[in-house]
Design a binder for this molecule. Structure first.
Ligand code: FPP
Length: 268
């Protein structure tokens, strides 16, 4: 909230008024009050800045990814407490294969550390794990670990924790079109039946609602091929904070800002 203070010698000094517990980080004002009404149902996060976080701490890049992975736990639990229904995390893109092999191998090994450590807590919190991505190219063991977590939690009815893993928005759209063309050729679908609600059934996000809020950390202001169809009407929120430093307070701040936005979907 920005307030004008008349005692500021007429300079119109603006003061930030947040009900925060303090600033965890100088780069971004910290958390603030979140209204129980109007919490975004689906929040998608581009978890960026692990490498720069590591460099700032004099550590190898993989240490940034490891700390980033630990932060997935913190932010998942925060999302659950805040009443978010779906949390989609961009964990590995179809473009990330271009990184050095050592880094790719490390990123591919993270599920094998994360899920065995976390599955008990995820089950206890009634979290349902999903994976949104292309199965091809994923190492057998990685895929098996993720699929096991998906299977074990599939009947849970709480927060949906959706990992975008080996995910690319353009590839997702092309695959959907390919499947539709095949079905059209076989006569299962007619061109005049195609509308948005039919098309979205072919996307990897399946029955999930579109994200209401997209958060990207680390100061980059782009979508990087993430959920290109689904983000059409999302509110976008960017912060300079690197993903390993992104706390529940920053998350609250993003939701607080979201709650002040007016979503018009092209109307008035
Ligand atoms: C982008 O930062 C981050 C990634 C490519 C990986 C994100 C993955 C996690 C946070 C862990 C995921 C956890 C599980 C369980 C799969 P960057 O490396 O591009 O950072 P930089 O731009 O500073 O180099």
């Amino acid at each position: 909230m920005l307030c004008y203070h008349p005692k500021d010698g007429g300079r119109g000094m603006i003061k930030r008024l947040f009900q925060s517990k303090g600033r965890p980080d100088a780069k971004e004002p910290a958390g603030t009050s979140v209204e129980a009404e109007g919490v975004p149902k689906h929040v998608a996060i581009i978890m960026d800045g692990n490498g720069r976080w590591a460099r700032e701490h004099g550590l190898p890049r993989v240490a940034g990814h490891h700390t980033g992975m630990n932060n997935v736990r913190e932010i998942t639990m925060a999302a659950d407490r805040l009443g978010v229904k779906v949390l989609t995390l961009y964990a590995f893109s179809t473009e990330n294969w271009k990184r050095p092999k050592d880094e790719v191998d490390y990123l591919m090994s993270l599920p094998q550390e994360f899920f065995p450590k976390m599955i008990g807590e995820l089950e206890e919190k009634n979290v349902q794990v999903r994976m949104m991505g292309h199965r091809e190219l994923l190492p057998e063991q990685t895929l098996q670990t993720v699929e096991e977590a998906v299977k074990r939690t599939e009947s849970n009815t709480g927060l949906v924790l959706n990992f975008a893993f080996n995910y690319g928005g353009r590839k997702e759209i092309l695959h959907s079109v390919q499947r539709l063309m095949e079905e059209a050729a076989s006569g299962a679908v007619r061109a005049d039946q195609l509308d948005e609600s039919l098309f979205r059934q072919y996307l990897l996000s399946g029955d999930l609602p579109d994200p209401d809020l997209l958060i990207r950390t680390s100061g980059e202001i782009r979508l990087s091929n993430f959920m290109l169809w689904q983000l059409a009407y999302a509110e976008l929120w960017f912060t300079d904070v690197f993903w390993p430093d992104f706390t529940e307070e920053h998350f609250q701040r993003a939701i607080h800002d979201y709650q002040k936005r007016v979503r018009r979907y092209g109307g008035l």
